[in-house]
Design a protein around this ligand. Structure first.
Ligand code: UGA
Ligand code: MN
Length: 251
């Protein structure tokens, strides 16, 4: 089956670096289709150029802007609002648009780190598959107690009452489920940490349905890494020296 990799992405100085790194990973994975959804009013040439020239042959470049009142304010901490909601919902619509489309969907943020072997696990998804994600939930990893390919319980600290205490990077969904439940989507008005649970419960998933992957959840194949913002504090100093940077491709 084809893996549909859904990536929301937004403009900031490190965007091209993130997309390049993700693309370098995805270019090593056979039979994928990369759905890149820009958080923007119009598609940028930076994104088009990056995803179009890095070795992933099958991709679709979509775009939709986050509504103004849902954008993170400069006074709010980074975790305050859900991100990528509209962008991923647009990808779900695109996937549902062809009712005969088959395959597996995986939501891959542009800043995480993926072992290419994760995609072998994703591809085997019959309904919903799960595995542990490193650096999520305030732990080295959020644990899943698994045996014989089933999920027995969760070893988590952050809001352990979540129905599915998983990070977005910790599960994949067979497209059949998306077709069966056409109303299932993400939302802005959701308590922090509950987006994954909302999506899975609205798809009618129960814990007993989950397929435990990554060697019964004993292997880390994805890291919830976050990129430090680049230091750009010497722009004025350069100007004082009467210099400006010449234009470069990529920025
Ligand atoms: C965590 C989870 O890992 C995300 O899957 C979840 O969507 C997010 O929390 C959330 O709170 O909604 P975190 O690392 O805090 O992720 O979020 P980012 O990596 O900054 O953003 C998630 C994705 O949305 C990224 O692919 C990013 O490029 C995109 N994004 C972010 C936008 O499209 N627009 C934005 O304004 C911000
Ligand atoms: Mn992230």
């Amino acid at each position: 089956p084809t893996i549909y990799v859904v990536t929301a992405t937004y403009k900031r100085p490190e965007q091209r670096a993130e997309l390049t790194r993700l693309c370098n990973t995805l270019a090593r994975v056979p039979a994928i289709h990369w759905l890149v959804v820009e958080d923007a009013d119009s598609p940028s040439s930076l994104v088009a150029d990056t995803i179009g020239n890095c070795g992933v042959l099958s991709y679709t470049h979509l775009y939709v802007a986050t509504p103004e009142d849902e954008k993170l304010k400069s006074t709010e901490p980074y975790w305050w609002r859900p991100k990528g909601v509209r962008q991923r919902n647009l990808a779900f619509e695109w996937l549902r648009n062809d009712p005969s489309r088959t395959g597996v969907m995986y939501i891959a943020d542009d800043d995480n780190t993926y072992d290419v072997r994760l995609f072998d696990e994703i591809r085997a998804t019959r309904r919903v598959s799960v595995w542990p994600v490193a650096f999520a939930g305030g732990l080295l990893y959020e644990g899943i107690r698994c045996a014989h390919g089933r999920v027995l319980g969760w070893i988590v600290a952050f809001k352990p009452h979540r129905q599915f205490p998983l990070d977005m990077a910790g599960f994949a969904i067979n497209l059949q489920l998306l077709h069966e439940r056409p109303a299932a989507k993400l939302a802005y008005k959701v308590e922090r940490g509950f987006q994954e649970s909302l999506l899975l419960t609205s798809l009618g998933v129960r814990q007993s349905d989950l397929e435990a992957r990554a060697n019964d959840c004993s292997r880390i194949l994805v890291w919830h890494t976050r990129t430090a913002p680049p230091k750009l504090n010497n722009v004025a100093l350069l100007a004082e020296r009467g210099l400006t940077l010449p234009p470069v491709i990529g920025h």
